[in-house]
Design a protein around this ligand. Structure first.
Ligand code: BGC
Length: 766
């Protein structure tokens, strides 16, 4: 149905319009009955429905409907599977229609800057490319059911400590390259119906009143068409917010802020057209839901539970395996650790789901008649060592053929609202793992955590299986993977450093409470570890399989790329093992032009492909100029210098199998304003100034040679100062110094040249 939204707005009173810009209650937008505007509901998200009938709260404390808890984003991102993410989105979209929810509050796409962020389990990755692609796939899935999504928390909300007031201070380049692209990709590829702005400030300005963020970047540059809502209670100055491009305040302030909007319009300090625009943005989305209700939608908890199990099976990451996995049916296996019986499958806070059913790995094993015994060993909810339970577990491990320890982080350590204090597993768990390893070499550790942990025992363990917070199907998925009914195919969407101190944000996380300085810049995650050549426990992209893969036949038919257009890259991947499996082919780009301040490589493509034993498939990628570029602050745009770029293909960031070279030519010119501080090198590198300065340098050389006499060059060489060194010194010399060495006549010429260079560059004379 076509709605004339502008006409509806023209019939609204000023008070109704202001009222439309805030929630009626915790989860509902306001209704205006006489104009047919319905009261629609939104709900958390992101990995299941937390629809609250009453007793609303945004902390995950009050009751919500029984729903299906799917794997959290820490797990789903590890699938590296956009189709799977899309599938999950579709399931959630249908559930929303069945429950009459207009918007699902997710996906959460903030970058994992530090392993300590309490909410990392809800976030996708340390890599913006991966996060963006996975988020876009999820959004398309949910929205295919005419239900909106709310991509959050926009932006630079990378910690929980003082998240409601702290300022994330970072350079525009870091913002554009690391913290914005996941949002950018998803807006451009999937048009989420809504975006949720974060609580924090960015360089001193609250996200909820940040025009640069909410209007200039989001709407003017990326073309966002939906409405922006606040995170719950993120409004600071409501009128500034409307001016900045914030449409909806949630949950609403009981009319307090609406009255401010009305007053500002009346006293002329707020242009009513801006209010009308906000209302229009909101109503477009409200009606796109209300006019497209889908009566066929059903929310079948049992069916969706099975889907949750299947999804988690595709997400778990096999980190180590000396061949002990998959388990053989005749082995005597002991399960140790309370998570075997009570798995940790979700994190705390607003994403907390009232799960319809949770089957543990132990129950699954029993149902399937496996020979498994069980000892608690340690509790699931706290760090408490129990001597008797520890020694019983060690004895049982000694007697068994294989010991499987179900370890993880207790709820209290990892939640929305606060950050972790360290990267360790509870001491009682590390102790038990170490004691068991002394008596049983076939020890497997199964992890249930939302973010990396230090694993001091990893070299001795026979296998390590990372289940993450795998949703209500985590136990059944673990069973399938441990016994080889399914082949692990997840890859790490984040690096596991050896120690917390290795992490690049370590010295600047979480800041002093008022400000957090993103001093590591663009060197986040593997961008830092790889550039520093720092060994890590498990690298970004790592993940093992019960089969093996080989790569070959890297093809790049076009070897040259320009500012427009694209090139294709293809590669053959073969399953060289005995069982079917899935490989995640990863493509990284490396700038080989000596450009300063660039990470040694960055992910720019990935593809998951299923292969039968012996099967080969060709995987294809497309690259364009943006994939080679960094954000140049002076230019205010993406820029890649002309030159050579290496295309790296492999199984993980630390396992590159094939390399190819791509040549790039740009027509973009970097801005340059010539002053006394401009160096000869800068001028010679710029196509406009290089010829003029080249001539000048010839004159200079002649003059200097004259001044120093015929023996100047020999003398310099004798002192060990070869021509190369002279050149390097001159390249770094600013014009003001060059002038003072050159003598009065040339100095005057240099001064004049500065003017003509600026003219040639089109710089306006000040
Ligand atoms: C969280 C959001 C959530 C909202 C509503 C906030 O505290 O940061 O992610 O969607 O509450 O529950």
């Amino acid at each position: 149905m076509e709605r004339d939204i502008k006409k509806i707005i023209s019939e609204m009173t000023l008070e109704e319009k202001a009222g439309m810009c805030s929630g009626e209650d915790f989860w509902r937008l306001k209704q205006v009955e006489r104009l047919g505007i319905p009261a629609v509901m939104v709900s958390d998200g992101p990995h299941g429905l937390r629809k609250q009938p009453e007793n609303a709260d945004h902390l995950g404390i009050g009751e919500s409907i029984v729903a299906v808890c799917f794997p959290a984003a820490c797990a789903t991102a590890s699938s590296f599977d956009t189709e799977l993410m899309n599938e999950m989105g579709k399931i959630l979209g249908e559930e929303c229609q069945a429950e009459d929810l207009s918007v699902l509050l997710g996906p959460a796409v903030n970058i994992k800057r530090s392993p300590l962020c309490g909410r990392n389990f809800e976030y996708l990755s340390e890599d913006p490319y991966l996060a963006g692609k996975m988020a876009a796939a999820y959004i398309k899935g949910v929205q295919s059911w005419d239900v909106g999504t709310s991509m959050k928390h926009y932006a630079a909300n990378n910690q929980e400590y003082n998240r409601m007031s702290c300022s994330s201070n970072l350079s525009e380049r870091t913002f554009r390259e690391i913290y914005l692209p996941a949002f950018e990709t998803a807006v451009k590829e999937a048009q989420p119906k809504t975006i949720m702005c974060s609580y924090n400030k960015i360089n001193g300005t609250y996200a909820s009143e940040n025009h640069h963020l909410l209007t200039k970047i989001l709407r003017d540059e990326w073309g966002f068409e939906g409405y922006v809502m606040t995170d719950w209670g993120a409004v600071a100055d409501r009128v500034k917010g409307i001016r900045a491009g914030l449409d909806l305040e949630m949950p609403g302030s009981g009319g307090f802020n609406d009255a401010k909007i009305v007053a500002a319009v009346k006293d002329g300090s707020l242009d009513e057209a801006l209010l009308d625009k906000a209302v229009e943005n909101i109503l477009k989305v409200v009606f796109s839901y209300a006019d497209n209700r889908r009566p066929e939608a059903v929310f079948d908890r049992d069916v969706d539970h099975e889907k949750a199990v299947n999804i988690e099976t595709e997400c778990a990451v096999l980190l180590e395996n000396n061949g002990v996995l998959p388990l053989k049916g005749d082995k005597k296996v002991v399960y140790i650790g309370e998570y075997a019986e009570k798995p940790r499958y979700q994190g705390g806070g607003s994403s907390h789901i009232n799960a319809s059913k949770v089957t543990s790995a132990l129950e699954s094993a029993k149902e399937k008649g496996r020979t498994v015994s069980y000892l608690k060993g340690f509790p699931a909810d706290k760090d408490e060592e129990n001597e008797a339970e520890l020694s019983a577990a060690v004895s049982a491990a000694r007697e068994a053929d294989v010991a499987i320890i179900f370890a993880g982080l207790p709820d209290v350590i990892e939640s929305e609202g606060y950050d972790r204090k360290d990267m360790k597993l509870p001491a009682c768990q590390n102790k038990l793992i170490e004691e068991v390893l002394k008596v049983q070499k076939n020890t497997v550790v199964v992890l249930h955590n939302g973010s990396p942990v230090e694993a001091p025992w990893a070299d001795d363990a026979a296998a390590v299986l990372e289940m993450y917070l795998g949703g209500q199907g985590v136990g059944e998925a673990a069973d399938r993977l441990l016994y080889g009914e399914a082949n692990p195919c997840g890859r790490l969407a984040e690096t596991f450093p050896f120690h917390l101190e290795d992490n690049p944000s370590y010295l600047n996380f979480p800041g002093d409470g008022r400000v957090v300085d993103y001093a590591e810049g663009v060197y986040v995650g593997y961008r830092y570890y790889d550039t520093k050549k720092m060994p890590v426990r498990w690298a970004f992209g790592h993940g093992l399989s019960y089969t093996s893969f080989s790569y070959g036949n890297l093809q790049m038919p076009e070897e040259t790329l320009g500012d427009t257009g694209s090139v294709k890259v293809s590669v053959d991947v073969t399953n060289t093992g005995a069982v079917a499996g899935k490989e995640v082919v990863q493509l990284y780009v490396s700038d080989k032009n000596g450009t300063s301040g660039r990470p040694v490589k960055e992910l720019k493509g990935f593809a998951k492909t299923a292969l039968a034993p012996g099967e080969t498939k060709t995987v294809e990628f497309t690259l364009n100029a943006r994939d080679l570029s960094f954000y140049h602050e002076g230019l205010g745009d993406w820029y890649a210098p002309s030159g050579t770029y290496e295309i790296l293909i492999g199984h993980a960031s630390d396992e590159i199998s094939l390399k190819g070279e791509l040549s790039f030519r740009t027509g973009k010119q970097l801005p340059l304003h010539v002053s006394g501080s401009t160096t000869v090198g800068e001028l010679l590198a710029h196509p406009v100034t290089a010829p003029i300065v080249g001539e000048m340098m010839k004159a200079m050389q002649a003059k200097m040679a004259g001044m120093m006499g015929d023996g100047a060059e020999e003398a310099a060489n004798a002192l060990g100062t070869g021509a190369e060194m002279m050149e390097a010194m001159v390249m770094g010399m600013p014009l003001k110094s060059l002038a003072s060495f050159a003598g009065a006549e040339l100095a005057a010429q240099i001064e004049q040249m500065m003017q003509s260079l600026n003219q040639a560059l089109g710089n306006v004379q000040k």
